[in-house]
Design a protein around this ligand. Structure first.
Ligand code: ATP
Ligand code: MG
Length: 394
C-alpha cells in the first residue's frame, strides 16, 4: 500500500495543501502546533473514515471556513494497492438545516463513484501509533472496542457493514425497549429486532474472536523478542455473551447465535426495565496479560508501553496477512518514548513496510543511518516543505 499524493482543503489548520509523497519513510519535522498530527489524522481518516482524536467531524473543518453556512473540508488521496492506482476523496460537509441549525455529513468517492463508509473502508489501510494509545490497555472497554473496530473494519470483509448495521439496530431497539417500559407494551414487538441484533452481533463476535486469536499469536511472538524472552503476553477476548462452553474450534456462527438468543431471553425483563440492550458485542472487552498478570491493573509504565508496541506491530503483521498488503504505518511522536532496543524493532518493521510516515519535533532522536534512508519534510503553520531527500536506500 502506498500513498502517492495527498491534497487537503480546509482540513484543520491546512486551508490548502498538495503533497506528492515520497515512498518508503517520510519524517515530518516541526515545532509544536504546526500541523504534524493533523496530517496523520487526515491520512488515518482515509483508512477508517473516523478521526482518532476528534469527537465530531465538524472539529476537522478549518476554523475560518466553519462559520460559513456551507463549509467543506476535503481530503483527496491517490494511492496504490496491489499494483492498481486509486483515488479516494472524502468531503466533510457542514450544511444549514432549517430553521436555524446545521448538520455535518460526509461524502466518500472511490475512483469517482460515491460509496458509503462501510463499502469504502479497507481500500486504503493504515496502522497508527500514538503516545496516548496505552489507553487501549489502561483505559476503558470503549477504548479497546474502538481499537478492535478500527483494525477489523479495515481487514475483515463485511465487518464494517455488520458493525454499522448493528449499531443502528441497538439504537432502534433501545428506543423500542423504552417505549415498552413506558407503555407496558407487548414484548413480542421485539422479535424482529432480536433477530437482527443476533444475526449481526454474532457475525461481529465471531470475527473478533478469530482476529484476537491471530493478533495474540503475532503479539506474543513479538513480545518475547522485545523482552528477551522475559515476558509472556496474552490477549484475551472477553465477549459480553457467555461463550465459555465453546472451544476455539467449536465457536461457529450458529453456536454464537444460539448463545446470543439464550442471553436475550435471560435479560428480557432487565432490558425492558432499563430501556437498553444489555447483552451483545457493544459490551465486549479485551484483557491484556503479562506473565498471567492483568496489565491494565498491574502493569508498570514500561511494561504497558512495550505491550502496546507488541500489539501495534502485531496489528501491522496481521493486516498484511489478512489483506496481502502492508498498511501505511503512521508514527506520531512515538519513537521518542521508546528505548534504543525497542526503537530498533519499530524501525525494522518500518523498513519492511511499503511506506511509513513519522512525526517529530526533534530530528536528533534518530540515528544518522536511519535518517539517511528517510525523506525529511518540514511542517510550518499549515505548510509542508521538503528539507532533505534520502541519501541511502532504506
Ligand atoms: N479545525 C481547525 N481549524 C484550524 N486550526 C485548527 C483546527 N483544529 C486544530 N487546529 C490547530 O492546528 C494546529 C496544529 O495542531 P497539530 O496537533 O496538528 O500540531 P502538531 O504539529 O502535531 O503539534 P505538537 O508537536 O504539539 O503535537 C493547532 O494549533 C490547533 O489549534
Ligand atoms: Mg502532534
Amino acid at each position: 500500500m502506498r500513498l502517492n499524493r495527498l491534497s487537503l482543503t480546509n482540513f484543520r489548520a491546512f486551508s490548502r495543501l498538495e503533497m506528492d509523497l515520497p515512498g518508503r519513510i517520510l519524517v515530518l519535522v516541526g515545532d509544536n502546533a504546526q500541523g504534524k498530527t493533523s496530517l496523520m489524522e487526515a491520512v488515518y481518516y482515509l483508512a477508517t473514515f473516523a478521526s482518532f482524536q476528534a469527537g465530531t467531524d465538524r472539529q476537522m473543518i478549518n476554523f475560518s471556513a466553519v462559520d460559513e453556512p456551507l463549509a467543506v473540508a476535503r481530503i483527496v488521496a491517490e494511492f496504490e494497492r496491489g499494483g492498481q492506482s486509486h483515488r479516494l476523496e472524502v468531503r466533510i460537509i457542514q450544511e444549514p438545516v432549517l430553521p436555524s441549525g446545521s448538520r455535518t455529513r460526509k461524502e466518500i468517492l472511490l475512483d469517482g463513484v460515491k460509496k458509503n463508509a462501510a463499502e469504502a473502508v479497507g481500500q486504503f489501510s493504515a496502522v497508527i501509533f500514538l503516545p496516548q494509545m496505552t489507553r487501549i490497555i489502561e483505559g476503558s472497554p470503549d477504548d479497546r472496542r474502538k481499537f478492535m473496530n478500527m483494525a477489523l473494519c479495515q481487514a475483515v470483509p463485511g465487518y464494517a457493514r455488520a458493525l454499522s448495521d448493528y449499531s443502528r439496530v441497538v439504537t432502534r431497539r433501545n428506543a423500542l425497549l423504552k417505549l415498552l417500559a413506558e407503555q407496558h407494551g407487548q414484548a413480542d414487538q421485539l422479535v424482529y429486532w432480536d433477530e437482527q441484533l443476533t444475526n449481526l452481533g454474532s457475525e461481529m463476535v465471531l470475527a473478533r474472536a478469530s482476529a484476537v486469536r491471530q493478533l495474540e499469536e503475532h503479539a506474543s511472538r513479538l513480545h518475547q523478542r522485545l523482552t528477551g524472552g522475559m515476558e509472556r503476553l496474552s490477549i484475551r477476548y472477553k465477549p459480553a455473551l457467555d461463550l465459555t462452553n465453546f472451544s476455539a474450534e467449536g465457536l461457529t456462527l450458529d453456536a454464537v447465535k444460539s448463545a446470543f438468543g439464550q442471553s436475550i431471553q435471560r435479560v428480557r425483563q432487565e432490558e425492558i426495565a432499563r430501556g437498553v440492550t444489555v447483552s451483545g458485542p457493544h459490551r465486549d472487552d479485551l484483557q491484556f496479560l503479562c506473565n498471567d498478570l492483568d496489565l491494565g491493573d498491574f502493569g508498570s509504565r514500561g511494561q504497558v508501553r512495550t505491550a502496546m508496541l507488541s500489539l501495534k506491530l502485531a496489528e501491522v503483521n496481521w493486516m498484511k496477512a489478512q489483506t496481502g498488503e502492508w498498511p501505511v504505518l503512521l508514527l506520531d511522536e512515538t519513537l521518542a518514548e521508546l528505548d534504543l532496543h525497542r526503537r530498533a524493532d519499530l524501525q525494522q518493521t518500518l523498513e519492511e513496510c511499503d511506506q511509513g510516515i513519522l512525526t517529530t519535533t526533534d530530528l536528533h532522536q534518530f540515528t544518522e543511518t536511519f535518517m539517511a534512508g528517510c525523506s525529511i519534510w518540514r511542517v510550518t503553520t499549515g505548510c509542508v516543505q521538503v528539507e532533505a531527500a534520502p541519501t541511502a536506500d532504506a
